[in-house]
Design a protein around this ligand. Structure first.
Ligand code: LLP
Length: 444
């Protein structure tokens, strides 16, 4: 995050508070979140896209709650004037708790239940992004039951290979999301929806090609195909679809290997692509660009959080040939960050409670779980005087860490601590072993 500094004792500080104080007050492991960073990135996306898309009537930014959502974050998103993408009844419940404006909610998911659809429509969500024919039937039934017209978008599988890990690519044909464009299912979905204006209103098409993406080529290919489909639908049915959603997926820098585009560059590039591609809708003076929306999650919440761990053991392992690797065990691991194990994701870390002039040594930072794949940072250099009790900070853990966390090995999950202007507060409290035992029926 932008406000991470060192104080005169060499301690890492975030928003004016040092890590020793944070660790003493809140314990380790802990996710430490810089509120100002989140707000700056959220408003940065909002303003960059509003500016670049000004000539097309602006653009809406939906924060993708799956990256990380809690009550405080939902409130910040509302206060910063963004919209919110939720993908379960649980995320919807968080939004409802802060009175998030229903019309600024998008409801996603490839297997929404009837109860979730009912809750979403009763709350008045601005759009349900439908993902299958079975779901269309359910939306029609629930809308009829409630006597409402459900606003919907059609999630389209555009057939684009995003350049990212296969587990987080979603635009190519052979995966579970969306209606296939090439197979004609997307056009058929639009046909079925447009046939039922009594129960649904088709706002437009939606595409999300994947996550942790660094070039705009994939978006360009996706938009090209999406617009072609939109033109066909509009011609076949004599309608105008007022909106289009281009999804999220903007990459962040976990290590120095990555160079993120930044919201302004991204917004300008996306607006240029939209300008070029949407020429097929209408002609001459009647050219029309639908209202664009995007759904960044990681790029807003990822960078402003680090995980603070305490070192428990330092163990040099002889690799032969005069080489050593030092295994550093911390008080967390794959339960609070599953991404290295799931996606071979790369992180970095630094000594947080002091600086040191000792020679750097090559380390692998590992967790406390009973698996050798329990890796926190695969490859890093830390001072060779590293010792138990030292604190390590792993940056960039705001997205898909707490939200993907588990209680593997009966490990209570760390708290989310927010720092603002030198003050810390807990926004998600630390789980306790009693929390875990409470779910476990003692006399069963
Ligand atoms: N919109 C839709 C429809 C999505 O499915 C996603 C992410 C997003 C937006 C936000 O994507 P973002 O801007 O955060 O990349 N657990 C994986 C990432 C899964 C992404 C799921 N969908 C990871 O840790 O890399």
């Amino acid at each position: 995050g932008r406000s991470v500094t060192r104080d005169e004792q060499g301690r890492l500080c975030v928003a004016g508070l040092d890590v020793d104080t944070i660790a003493r007050r809140h314990g380790t492991a802990a996710y430490v979140m810089d509120e100002a960073d989140f707000r700056a990135r959220a408003s940065g996306f909002r303003d960059a896209f509003a500016g670049a898309f000004d000539r097309f009537g602006g653009a809406d930014v939906y924060y993708a709650g799956k990256a990380f959502l809690c009550t405080a974050v939902a409130r910040w998103v509302a206060e910063e004037g963004l919209a919110l993408d939720v993908c379960t009844g649980g995320e919807l419940a968080v939004a409802r708790r802060v009175g998030f404006p229903g019309e600024r909610l998008a409801f996603h998911g490839n297997n929404k239940t009837v109860d979730e659809l009912r809750a979403a429509l009763e709350y008045g969500v601005g759009r349900i992004v439908v993902d299958s024919f079975h779901e269309i039937d359910r939306v029609l039934a629930v809308a009829a039951e409630l006597g409402v017209v459900a606003p919907v978008m059609v999630r389209v599988t555009v057939g684009v290979e995003a350049h990212t890990h296969e587990f987080i690519a979603t635009g190519h044909e052979d995966q579970k999301f969306g209606f296939s464009l090439a197979g004609g299912q997307a056009a058929e979905a639009a046909r079925r929806l447009l046939a039922r204006p009594d129960a649904v209103r088709l706002l437009g098409l939606h595409s999300h090609i994947g996550s942790q993406i660094f070039d705009t080529g994939g978006f360009e290919a996706a938009i090209h195909r999406l617009v072609g489909l939109q033109a066909e639908i509009e011609e076949e049915h004599g309608v105008e679809l007022p909106e289009v959603d281009l999804g999220g997926g903007y990459g962040i820098a976990y290590t120095s290997q990555h160079t993120p585009l930044g919201p302004e560059t991204l917004a300008d590039a996306m607006a240029d692509i939209v300008e070029r591609e949407f020429t097929v809708l209408g002609d001459g003076d009647n050219r029309r660009v639908p209202k664009v929306s995007i759904e960044p999650g990681r790029a807003i919440v990822g960078p402003g959080t680090f995980t603070l761990y305490e070192v428990g053991t330092v163990k040099p392992v002889d690799l032969g040939g005069g080489r050593t690797r030092t295994y550093v065990s911390v008080d967390g691991g794959m339960s609070d960050n599953a991404r290295p194990a799931l996606y071979e994701a790369d992180y970095s870390c630094s000594l947080a409670n002091r600086t040191s002039d000792a020679e750097p040594m090559q380390v692998r930072v590992v967790g406390r779980h009973c698996e050798s794949g329990d890796i926190v940072v695969l490859d890093e250099y830390l001072p060779s005087d590293l010792r138990p009790g030292d604190l390590l900070a792993v940056p960039g853990t705001g997205a898909y860490c707490r939200s993907l966390s588990s209680q593997y090995n009966h490990t209570p999950r760390p708290p989310v601590v927010v720092v603002r202007e030198g003050e810390s507060r807990v926004v998600v409290r630390r789980e306790t072993i009693d929390d875990l035992l409470a779910l476990d029926v003692a006399d069963a």
